[in-house]
Design a protein around this ligand. Structure first.
Ligand code: PRP
Ligand code: ZN
Ligand code: MG
Length: 216
């Protein structure tokens, strides 16, 4: 027939911490994608998959809106954005934690010492959840990047940001005092996939699970 061939649209980070491992996972799944840095999208030559290269923070919204059917993105972004998407599979890379940090040498007994302080972060929702749990009132100052410089320039007395190796904190004279979330890359899925898209996703998930097993 002349029916269009079903394709699954996958959103991945266009550059940054998750990009290379996302591309590597596809490659290890036997899916050939021409390298898409600085390009909006690319098509797999041997699998019914179209890949969109986007800012990680935007991926949950695109998947909720079905602009993309699925996405590879950090749990940190999924939970911060509180979008209606299904978290389908942990991908085993991009492991990091969302932590509070204060200037090195500063006393920090417990979260109570944040009372009345200003905290700079790109994760205002998750930080507010944490403060509420702890019964602490503090001011959250949202900034989109370079959060680690905030204490040094007098913008805030603490930060909450992703920590992976810890080198960003170290280079900026900060110490990690509290972990509020453990995170890794996950596959998210639009909650209303059509059966033919779900069938492609099932094939992809089967390959992803095989790759994960082979790595262990
Ligand atoms: C995170 C975080 C720090 C860095 C920490 O940024 O904001 O900049 O990683 O990693 P480290 O502990 O290994 O030094 P990310 O790569 O997620 O980029 P983004 O903030 O631009 O999304
Ligand atoms: Zn980001
Ligand atoms: Mg960063």
């Amino acid at each position: 027939s002349n029916a269009p061939v079903a394709k699954l649209k996958l959103a991945i980070q266009k550059s940054g911490r998750l990009h290379d491992d996302s591309m590597r996972l596809l490659k290890e799944c036997g899916i050939d994608i021409s390298n898409g840095v600085n390009k909006l999208k690319s098509e797999a030559s041997n699998f019914p998959l179209e890949v969109f290269f986007l800012r990680d923070d935007d991926i949950p919204q695109y998947v909720e809106d079905a602009v993309a059917d699925i996405g590879f993105v950090g749990e940190n972004v999924v939970y911060e954005k509180k979008k209606k998407v299904d978290v389908t599979e942990k991908l085993g890379f991009g492991k990091c934690r969302l932590s509070i940090a204060v200037p090195k040498g500063e006393d920090y007994g417990s979260a109570a010492s944040l009372q009345g302080k200003r905290i700079a972060t790109s994760y205002p929702v998750l930080v507010q959840d944490f403060l509420d749990q702890q019964g602490v009132k503090a001011e959250i100052h949202e900034i989109s990047g370079s959060v680690e410089i905030a204490p040094g320039i007098g913008l805030a007395s603490a930060i909450c940001d992703l920590v992976s190796s810890g080198s960003t904190l170290f280079m900026n004279g900060l110490q990690e005092v509290e972990t509020i979330l453990q995170s890794q890359a996950v596959l998210i899925r639009n909650s209303n996939l059509k059966p033919e898209q779900q069938a492609i996703l099932d094939k992809l998930l089967f390959r992803i699970q095989s790759v994960k097993k082979a790595r262990n």
